[in-house]
Design a binder for this molecule. Structure first.
Ligand code: FAD
Length: 281
């Protein structure tokens, strides 16, 4: 493993360079997790490996700030937190090429990279484009306010659909809370159709509940939306991390019910006391 061989080297040769392309929630969370994992590694016998100096992590973001869709205050707090952990952040920086040893920026700079993780977004599966229905640049099916494609037999929801938000502000984001809300909306409409009732033409309206981003094992940052438009509550630190974990368990509850969710949570808590946090192959 690269970290293991790195600890036998000296000077710059010892450094392991990780480049994460994409400063959205995935890239930011991964950077913080990798930093924590690096710190743990030293405790498993790699005593010459000093994660802060020897594990060089860089997050590269094409836009002007991390976590672009979230409020600026959340972006700034995330950036500050990553930099405090010794993670380099490059914004307004687009990657043009990835090689075995470097990533090359659009302006020709080479960043050394032993491992490059692409976290700069995804597009819809290509077969959606073969249905003969209108799609957008990301390959999502374009639907109307009631999540209908031009084909009356095909409805679309979740990540594969480009649906108007219902507040005139672009399309619904590809997020779990959006997919959840659309599923409830469509379940009602399909229920009506199955009973032979024409569903009301009331369009889907996305309700933003906020976002939480985990920053390693003990911190987080995010914003929670209040009842009023444009009002959000900024949360950070261990409170945000606690809320992140509760949200995760609430997702479990929807699928498993309360009893089994409590079992999962207790089981994890007990296993954490016995299992290592990182696995060295
Ligand atoms: C790394 C990562 C982290 C994320 N973190 C968050 C987060 O913290 N908060 C948040 O709100 N959102 C998050 N998201 C986004 C969130 O996961 C999605 O928005 C949400 O899962 C969308 O739900 P969906 O049902 O539309 O699609 P999916 O959850 O992707 O479900 C689609 C399902 O369809 C199946 N499928 C695909 N093609 C076919 C086929 N041809 N035939 C049959 N089945 C098929 C897939 O296997 C999959 O099970 C994250 C996404 C990623 C990738």
């Amino acid at each position: 493993m690269r970290v293991e061989s790195a600890q036998r080297q000296r000077g710059e040769d010892r450094q392991v360079h990780l480049v994460i392309v994409g400063g959205g929630a995935t890239g930011v969370e991964l950077a913080a997790e990798l930093r924590d994992a690096g710190n743990l590694v030293s405790g498993y016998g790699l005593t010459h490996f000093d994660a802060r100096n020897d594990m060089v992590i860089t997050v590269v973001e094409g836009g002007p700030r991390l976590l672009g869709p979230l409020p600026e205050r959340v972006s700034a707090a995330a950036r500050e937190s990553l930099q405090r952990r010794g993670i380099a952040v490059e914004t307004d920086c687009r990657i043009a090429q990835v090689t075995d040893t470097d990533v090359v920026t659009a302006d020709g700079r080479r960043l050394r990279s032993d491992l490059c993780v692409w976290a700069a977004g995804i597009s819809a599966p290509s077969w959606l484009g073969e249905l003969g229905l209108p799609t957008n640049k990301a390959g999502q099916l374009e639907v109307d306010g009631c999540l209908r494609t031009p084909d009356p037999h095909i409805l679309a929801m979740g990540d594969c659909a480009a649906a108007p938000r219902g507040d005139g502000e672009g399309i619904v984001p590809a997020r779990a809370q959006a997919a959840h809300q659309q599923a409830e909306y469509l379940a009602r409409r399909i229920g009506d159709l199955l009973q032979g009732v024409t569903p009301a033409d009331e369009p889907f309206k996305y309700r933003e509940h906020g976002s939480l981003v985990s920053l390693g094992t003990s911190s987080g940052v995010g914003s929670l939306m209040g009842g009023l438009r444009d009002r959000s509550l900024f949360v950070s630190g261990s409170l945000a991390r606690l809320m992140y974990m509760s949200l995760h368990l609430m997702h479990h509850k929807v699928i498993l019910g309360i009893g089994r969710t409590i079992s999962v949570a207790l089981g994890r808590l007990l296993l954490r006391r016995a299992h290592p946090r990182v696995k060295l192959h």
